[in-house]
Design a protein around this ligand. Structure first.
Ligand code: ZN
Length: 149
């Protein structure tokens, strides 16, 4: 998959069959099919598959911008599949590392599994990243374990 999709030509509000999308972005239809298990969202309930332009555009944008894209403080970008998820909603654990960025901002290590693929992730974040955690989230701030406790 060395060749990049010319995804800027995709119309956000159009639906594409794989063949049409291939033509639009200047790739082979085989390449389009190869992207589907890697995260290109497609309605596979009937053939030919149906791909929503906005989803395809977003998928390719994320795929190619991965290296320069910066995670928001409360996000994880999976190194495997490139999908972005909210750490407060993922099945993650957080551990206080014992370090502080400043007196009010502790460093935590957040780790767990990507919700979209089998890969694991591990990131250093600050406590401010998880402050807005919704009630019922898997890692409420009170549950952050302190090393040595
Ligand atoms: Zn993943």
């Amino acid at each position: 998959m060395a060749k990049k999709a010319n995804y800027r030509k995709i119309h956000s509000n159009s639906y594409y069959e794989p063949e049409e999308l291939a033509k639009c972005v200047d790739l082979t239809v085989q390449t389009i099919y190869a992207h589907i298990p890697r995260g290109l969202p497609a309605d596979m309930s009937k053939k030919p598959y149906n791909i929503y332009g906005r989803n395809a555009k977003e998928y390719f944008r994320r795929l190619y911008d991965n290296k320069i894209q910066k995670e928001h403080r409360d996000e994880i970008i999976c190194n495997c599949c490139g999908k972005v998820f909210d750490i407060t909603l993922s099945d993650a654990e957080a551990i206080f590392t014992g370090r502080f960025y400043n007196p009010k901002k502790a460093q935590i290590r957040v780790f767990g599994h990507c919700p979209f693929c089998p890969c694991k992730f591990s990131r250093f974040k600050s406590t401010t990243a998880i402050k807005g955690m919704i009630p019922g989230a898997r890692i409420p701030i009170a549950n952050i374990t302190t090393r040595g406790e």
